[in-house]
Write a protein that binds this ligand. Structure first.
Ligand code: ADP
Ligand code: MG
Length: 330
């Protein structure tokens, strides 16, 4: 099938007990909508519609699925359902909340709590990296709480990246898009190759998927923090394995961020999975223990423009959030 773009359900469409308001995004695997339930509560609905297998044409509701793609389409649908079912068992403020799941229009739909905000990717793009340490710590310690919950249910996310980290208007993060989690099941289905995002996926995604584990999500967390500093994704792990050109965070931003944060990022981004923190808990411990007084004195001595030791760190977090809220409300 040639590359194609699927048409979204039209605004006003009655889908089960929901009414479609608008399309929020269109990905290669699904379409996300803003909709309202019977009480007029907003929800986000994700529609399973892989454009390699199914085509919804303008003016149609039912997608066309060529006979030969039906087995792959159904298999993907089953995995999408499994994803929803697993997520529905999770109830954590930093993990997207699944409210419902239903079949319609020859496909399946996952209903989620609608979160108001923007992705961390939007924020990084807007600021071209250079995100403050206090903000990075605030976002990632909370995100890791959510990830810990995910791992405790024996689930790996496998596609953590700034565009799958959603920031509510108050800055608290929500981990979204567990689509890749199902792909561990799909390696033998040629139509639906495992997806990974260059720059954020761990080396074991490319070569040895048997080695995938919590440390693989931890690599992606490290790469996402790296992107907060650099403004873009680091070199892809498969290329790094041939010729690693990633400059260590602890060298590149020395004097601008605490040594401890930079070393934590470098540790998470180790190519050898055994050298990374092995659990989210271990990583959280190193993010949570920030010897602010000492580090700030050091950074000031190093002439960092972004740090003022006399300014209380909490004031800086507040200032960062007020800038963040102003940007959000634009
Ligand atoms: N629960 C939600 N609340 C609000 N917006 C959401 C929600 N889930 C997804 N979105 C929006 O849809 C976009 C794509 O969602 P995502 O789950 O990452 O799907 P994709 O597979 O297309 O990447 C997100 O970047 C966000 O803008
Ligand atoms: Mg996504």
């Amino acid at each position: 099938m040639p590359p194609q773009v699927n048409c979204a359900l039209p605004p006003g469409f009655e889908l089960d007990q929901y009414r479609i308001h608008s399309q929020l995004s269109l990905g290669g695997f699904s379409i996300v909508y803003l909709a309202h339930d019977r009480d007029n509560t907003p929800v986000a609905i994700k529609e399973y519609l892989p454009n390699a297998l199914a085509l919804r044409e303008e003016g149609h509701i039912q997608p066309k699925i060529p006979e030969e793609f039906l087995p792959a389409f159904r298999y993907g649908m089953k995995c999408f359902f499994e994803e929803g079912r697993t997520l529905a068992g999770l109830n954590h403020p930093n993990v997207v909340r699944v409210l419902n799941f239903f079949r319609a229009n020859d496909t399946v739909y996952m209903v989620m709590r609608y979160e108001r905000g923007r992705t961390l990717q939007d924020y990084i793009t807007r600021r071209r990296g250079e995100i403050r340490e206090s903000f990075i710590r605030y976002v990632f310690t909370r995100l890791l709480n959510g990830l810990r919950e995910v791992h405790s249910h024996k689930l790996l996310h496998l596609d953590i990246k700034p565009s799958n980290i959603y920031l509510r208007n108050n800055g608290s993060p929500v981990l979204i898009d567990f689509g890749a989690a199902r792909n561990t099941l799909m390696v033998d289905t040629p139509m639906l190759k495992p997806m990974y995002t260059p720059g954020f996926a761990a080396p074991e995604h490319y070569r040895n998927r048997d080695l995938l584990g919590p440390w693989s999500d931890i690599y992606s967390v490290g790469a996402s923090m790296y992107a907060c500093l650099s403004g873009g994704p680091p070199q892809a792990a498969d290329l790094r394995m041939e010729n690693d050109t990633v400059i260590l965070a602890s060298e590149r931003w020395i004097g601008q961020y605490s040594k401890q944060l930079l070393e934590t990022i470098d540790l998470c981004m180790q190519l050898n999975h055994l050298k990374r923190p092995q659990s989210v808990f271990a990583l959280q411990r190193s993010l949570a223990t920030w010897d602010r007084e000492n580090e700030e004195a050091e950074l000031t001595a190093a002439g960092s423009a972004s740090t003022n030791a006399s300014e209380h760190w909490l004031d800086r977090v507040r200032a960062q959030f007020s800038r963040f809220s102003t940007w959000m409300s634009k």
